[in-house]
Design a protein around this ligand. Structure first.
Ligand code: NAD
Length: 395
């Protein structure tokens, strides 16, 4: 009976409503209770009611740590006003449902796709959002454009991770290496000891203070000589020097701008100018949710982290013509050495102020890096992906 009503409404979703996730390569991240709802045809109240019914039915069968992925079209690309309006309503649903289900570890995300591609063109994105790899991402609405995904995987890629010996950096290096990629850790020379456990025949360390132009150029020349190209450039190196603006010493301001912003843009532009980043290349910046929401005592840091979102958005237009994508990841509260200097109460609050009520791990950011670096993520460009457990800050 229910199926007949759905058919009358012309709304059986093109993809099966409940799908068993096909495990990621190593099979360790298997999530069996993923719910995928294709809402691209929702154009009126009746369609929306069906979504309500389907979600209500679907979430009942989702166990803890489940995954809900909703597909919509990008509302701003739809000419029909009613269709566009109801597509936008899905953003409200997914963000609220993320808050409701977060306590059970279940994530809810929306992928807003371009109108003229098939869902199979977003398979890499779907695999990511329906697997444990995206465990710390919830309440997000990611825009995916109409670029055809590139075939292949990360095994033949040359990846550079700046600050690769640090907390998030080392997890990212390990994640990419696990995919079989060749990885270069670009960090300050003093970090060579910290990097040692990460080294292998495919992972190497190149010491460079990225604020120093000569060191930067030497690094790029060495990479050119040894590897010939950079398929994936992950700009992860960054520091904090917190003080309220009124009391901030000038050198705090200068250091943060120099490392987190000026060096990032200089390294990226120099690599592009040298022709090191080929077609299909990936550039990923490490922003922060405080670059979106602002944060007490961090005017210097948030200036840089907001700027990296702007850099990805503006630069993506130019790089699209070269087949290169540039995106930013905005981590929320991630347990690394960097945050251990924060007062305990601030850290407890940071955890509680998320839908998932917990802190993230460097591995959560590493997974997001590997996702955006993947050839199949060609249609994600100029975006900022928040990996923040559904933080209430700047939501
Ligand atoms: P971390 O301090 O563990 O690592 C930062 C790395 O950058 C270190 O290895 C350091 O040596 C390197 N670095 C610093 N200055 C450099 C320079 N001049 N040249 C080359 N390398 C340099 O910090 P993390 O927590 O792993 O943070 C990594 C990135 O993630 C940073 O950009 C940070 O702003 C961002 N982030 C972190 C969090 C979090 O909660 N940890 C949240 C949001 C954003």
């Amino acid at each position: 009976m229910k199926e007949k009503i759905l058919a009358l409404l012309g709304f059986p979703p093109p993809t099966p409503l409940i799908k068993t996730y096909t495990p990621w390569k190593d099979g360790t991240q298997k999530v069996e209770n993923a719910l995928i709802v294709d809402c691209r045809d929702v154009k009126n109240e009746a369609d929306l009611k069906v979504v309500f019914n389907q979600l209500q039915e679907g979430v009942k069968s989702i166990k803890s740590n489940g995954k809900v992925l909703i597909y919509s079209f990008q509302p701003e690309l739809i000419e029909d006003s009613a269709h566009s309006t109801f597509q936008r309503s899905l953003e409200g649903i997914s963000r609220s449902l993320a808050k409701e289900l977060g306590g059970r570890g279940t994530t809810v995300n929306l992928v807003k796709i371009a109108s003229d591609l098939d869902l199979t063109d977003y398979q890499v994105t779907e695999d990511f959002f329906t697997s444990g790899r995206s465990a710390f991402i919830t309440g997000q609405a990611l825009i995916a454009n109409d670029e055809i995904p590139r075939p292949g995987d990360l095994s033949d890629k040359i990846c550079v991770v700046t600050g690769g010996a640090g907390g998030i950096g080392s997890a990212t290096v390990q994640r990419l290496a696990a995919e079989g990629a060749t990885v270069i850790i670009a960090d300050i020379p003093q970090m060579d000891e910290r990097a040692k456990p990460l080294l292998s025949d495919k992972v190497s360390f190149m010491g460079a203070d990225l604020t120093n132009e000569t060191a930067r150029k030497q690094l790029l020349n060495d990479i050119k000589e040894k590897h010939g190209r950079i398929d994936v450039l992950i700009n992860n190196a960054g520091i904090t020097r917190d003080k309220t603006l009124k009391n901030m010493p000038e050198h705090y301001w200068d250091q943060v701008i120099a490392i987190n912003l000026t060096a990032v843009i200089a390294l990226t532009e120099e690599a592009l100018e040298m022709g090191l980043i080929p077609d299909g290349g990936r550039i990923i910046g490490t922003s922060s949710i405080s670059g979106i929401a602002g944060n007490f005592g961090q005017t210097n840091y948030t200036a840089t982290k907001a700027a990296l979102i702007g850099y990805a958005a503006s630069k993506s237009k130019e790089l699209k013509t070269k087949g290169i994508t540039i995106n930013a990841i905005a981590p929320g509260y991630i347990e690394t050495e960097m945050v251990k200097t924060m007062p305990l109460m601030t850290r407890i609050f940071a955890e509680r102020l998320t839908s998932l009520a917990q802190a993230g791990k460097p591995e959560d950011i590493a997974e997001a890096m590997a996702f955006l670096a993947h050839p199949g993520a060609q249609n994600i460009n100029g975006q900022v992906l928040r990996v923040c457990g559904g933080s209430f800050l700047g939501a």
